[in-house]
Design a binder for this molecule. Structure first.
Ligand SMILES: [Zn+2]
Ligand SMILES: [Zn+2]
Length: 379
């Protein structure tokens, strides 16, 4: 897909000033922010696009390069990201949100010398009942916390970090690259602006230590697979006292052996015997709140769906309540005794001949169709 023009993405004129660009970005970022549009892929893509456009247009140098060379100015690794917190935790805790959620509103990374902590993801399996009713769960997660020995500075007790002599504390250096000058993280201090001569013995200069923490997570009623709950500030601690990342609890609902869920509706299949199907009657069907009675009208065919209003799932996002859809399946009787066999035999015989045709309209129309098919073949 061709990349859209950055000005177009933000909906501003080419001549827009910094303030206008910032305002447009904030407005759009709010609108398409993933937290407000959970599970909406399109919003997520839009949000990334907006963020990228803002990153370029809010930086005078990058903007100038873009105005002159268009998207080509940033291809082949050009500016790249400045990294989002570096070291992803365990195998299941990759920093997949770091890039999207890294710097949300206000400020951004530029003024922030040390990187914000990585966001963490925790995959939580729930039963359907838990997801529908809501539940509180304790989780144990490996995370990085601020080192209590150096209070996050990374420097040994009694010493402190020194200002980097290469970048004079800016954390950035300017390099000429082809047509223009680019800003890069300082190679001496890796963007921190400070050098630690004597690192803290506990965290080895990182300012953070690994620790397991237990958190109680409240899952709201109505969540479904793909929903995500954000625990602000419960991600990894930032480097050298920078803000912590967030923790995202990703919900996965296990398969249920009776109900299948589709949005707010639940589906289930209920077998009925063939006498009830023919003559009508009342059966019991399961719902999440217990058994309820369901009237089956006479002459019910197999596969018929009955809708039970309001017996589905209450939406996590609104007051909407789904329905329970019961699909009845007529069961062929098995292990018949002699008497039963005899009765069915008689019933079957009564279906034969012209007079029985009206009892089996579907068979009749099918047989008529078959007959026509063969007649046509031999014509
Ligand atoms: Zn330390
Ligand atoms: Zn430096």
């Amino acid at each position: 897909m061709a990349k859209r023009d950055f000005y177009e993405v933000l909906g501003v004129a080419k001549s827009a000033d910094e303030k206008e660009i910032k305002r447009a970005y904030k407005r759009l970022a709010m609108k398409y922010h993933p937290d407000r549009n959970q599970g909406d892929k399109e919003s997520e893509t839009k949000f990334k696009e907006i963020k990228e456009a803002y990153e370029i247009l809010s930086d005078a140098q990058k903007r100038a390069a873009y105005d002159q060379y268009g998207h080509a100015a940033f291809e082949q690794g050009g500016f790249g990201g400045q990294g989002g917190g570096g070291f992803g935790g365990g195998a299941d805790f990759g920093d997949i949100f770091g890039d999207v959620f890294g710097d949300i509103f206000g400020g951004g990374r530029r003024q922030q010398r040390a990187a914000r902590g990585s966001d963490l993801q925790y995959n939580m399996e729930l039963t359907l009942e838990e997801a529908v009713r809501g539940v509180s769960k304790e989780i144990r997660i490996p995370t990085l916390e601020i080192c209590d020995k150096c209070h996050g500075s990374g420097a040994k007790e009694g010493t402190s970090a020194e200002t980097c002599s290469t970048c004079h504390g800016a954390g950035q250096v300017h390099l000429r690259q082809g047509f223009f000058t680019v800003q890069q993280a300082c190679p001496t201090c890796h963007g921190r602006g400070k050098i630690i001569k004597e690192p803290c013995s506990k965290c080895h200069g990182d300012g953070r230590v690994e620790r397991y923490k237990t958190l109680s997570v409240k899952i709201p009623a109505g969540v479904d697979t793909g929903d995500r709950i954000r625990l602000s500030g419960e991600g990894e601690a930032g480097e050298h006292g920078a803000p912590s990342g967030d923790l995202y609890v990703q919900v996965h609902v296990r398969q249920h052996n009776i109900f299948e869920r589709d949005g707010n509706d639940l589906y289930c299949e209920v077998p009925i015997n063939f006498a009830i199907a023919a003559l009508g009657g009342e059966i019991e069907v399961p719902t999440l709140d217990g058994r309820v009675k369901l009237k089956i009208p006479a002459e019910t065919q197999t596969g018929k769906m009955f809708r039970m209003k309001g017996k589905g799932v209450k939406s996590v996002r609104s007051n909407a309540i789904g329905d329970l859809m019961c699909r009845v399946v007529v069961e062929t009787p098995v292990k018949l005794n002699e008497k039963q066999k005899e009765l069915i035999q008689q019933l079957g015989e009564s279906f034969g001949g012209k007079s029985g045709e009206k009892n089996t309209p579907r068979s009749k129309s099918f047989l008529d169709g078959v007959k026509k098919f063969f007649d046509d073949l031999t014509k």
